[in-house]
Design a protein around this ligand. Sequence first.
Ligand code: GLA
Length: 690
Amino acid sequence: MNRTFIIETKNTLYCFDADGNGVLRHLYHGKKAKKEDFEVIGERDYNSPSGGLDDIFEEYSVFGSTRYRNTAFKCEYADKCRDSVFKFKSSEQTENRLDVTLLDEAYNIELVLTYEYSLESDIITRYVTVKNKSDGDLILDKIASAEISLPGENAYDITNTIGSWGSEFQLTKEKLKNGTLTFQSVKGITGHTNSPFVAMSQNATEDFGDVYFASLGYGGNFKIEVQRDFRGRTRCIAGISDFDFRYVVKAGEEFTTPKIYFGYYNGFGAMSNDMSRFAVKNILPKSFAEKELPVLYNSWEATTFKVSTEGQKTLAKTAAELGCELFVMDDGWFGARNDDNAGLGDWQVNPEKFPNGIDELIGYVNELGMDFGLWFEPEMVNPDSDLFRAHPDWTYHYDTRVPCLSRNQLVLNLTRDDVKEFVFSSMDEMLKNHNIRYIKWDMNRPFSEIGASNLENQRELWVRHTMAVYEVADRLKAKYPYLQLEACASGGGRGDFGALNHFDMVWTSDNTDPLDRLDIQRGYSFAYPIKTMRAWVTDWNRDSRPVPLAFRFNVSMQGSLSIGSDLTKLTEEEKNEYKKYIALYKEIRHTVQFGDMYRLKNIANDDFYAANYVNENKTEAVVFICASANSLHNKLSKSVKVKGLDENYNYEIDFGKEKSVFSGSFLMNRGLDVNLNGALDSKIWKIKKV
Ligand code: GLA
């Protein structure tokens, strides 16, 4: 007799069963259908093995038997056997959670597949726990968070991102007709190259079409494999990368994978918005998840390493005048840090730059009504530092190899308890003694020479390092509930739901050119909540390719607005413009940070850019429109249909100079024309229910 499991979300059903042999067979994921019918298809020969286990959709495939493809799980038992046979043992159903236990009887090892879900969204959270109930070691060679099976035999379009420093989150889409597509990081962190999410779609646009989406809650080495087999069936396996991975689960112990969040949607827009709403409620750290994020000023682009009490005070004074709510001093405040050659690891205030200590600056910033934040790169050390001179063995290294420097620095071995404690206490000391309410936690190099001789099994370092970062972040947040954390890794190298479970926001990219940003932000918005996307207005390309301030603000106001320009260079007229836009942002901030976001147009396809945001009860919205840099395309009027409003409401649109009232149905179905006055023109329309 089969056991059928049905998971119901807001709009979808997810279904699998345990067949007579104890094999978990995936049956369905998609729009709701009559539940009872799944019992019937389970009993028919649907999805049953004819040739072997290779033929069917399994819920979680393990290495061995007749599976001639990549599987989700691979291990080695104490007797060196590598063939796994896991059969359904039991299940436990509570309100929003299903645990299904599989047992490898010969070894007394269990795999528990966990599903968490609710009727509030279409996201299902999955993870796997392996329990070693045997009396020998279990060696894990691979343990994915989930296997996802896609219906039908037609090829899917697979979306991920590609990028490098300064060009993060560039969306890519390709049809997978044959073989395996792999997106991964082997750098120790997520990095810029690919993202730990995937969308697998057929005939999909922003508004319609089948979209299967999965996003990993993990920011170390990850791997997403999408395979299409000889029958045309597409499967996705996602989780911690098996690259140089080996994890030993000792007798009596267990190991749990990171979570994966996945869902089925009609169109990419519904996917992004449901994922964002879910993340704000369930993934982001609770302390700031539901709060509006402040407008911050960051001094990096203005001063680089040349920070000082007076210089920072001057910037702070103007920042406060303009309406900033938080002042963040970036790199250069500690140790002998005058460039990127020295100082990392010496987290004491530099006495030459701050002769009276840092409280003079913090006090000043606080008097101006702003909170104060500080930059750290806690996982790193420069060889030219007191820390390295005292503890040369605290980095990952092999005694026989010359360490490869990247940005003149080395990675600290956070798998050592003493090093992890040092990392915690370096920030704790500053937080304990000063009114610091924000940390920008940077990470500027990938791992190399990955020796960690403190570990019995050195290949555990990749996972252990990532977990140590999360642990330190959590400890800081527990001790200082008012502390906001920003995750940065040479820009957007730590933009993922692993980081976003412990950090409140992400530094999206060091590239603050507003035109480039439109693409970077579009890619980010695909998978991650808008409020977590820090976006600065800066002077980038001010001389080589100047962009009007209105355009720069337009782009940065589409995320968590921040300022990074050299405020000492602003004219009075420019200051007034800054003030105007920052005040405007505060009016629309709630809608931008918590509303639904609709990607309407993008320059590559439409010759201009447009997006709109709508608040929860559809009473307020805002539309952002940007011309391209090419004046050829910007001479005619363009049409913009707003999305996500209520057809039955009337709305007043504030175009800046004039206002008009239109119905929601008109704005969404007919739309409005916009005249773009040449290259780099931009518009913001504020919309309010009347
Ligand atoms: C990295 C970050 C930047 C800045 C510098 C400081 O490059 O991405 O935002 O903080 O480090 O050195």
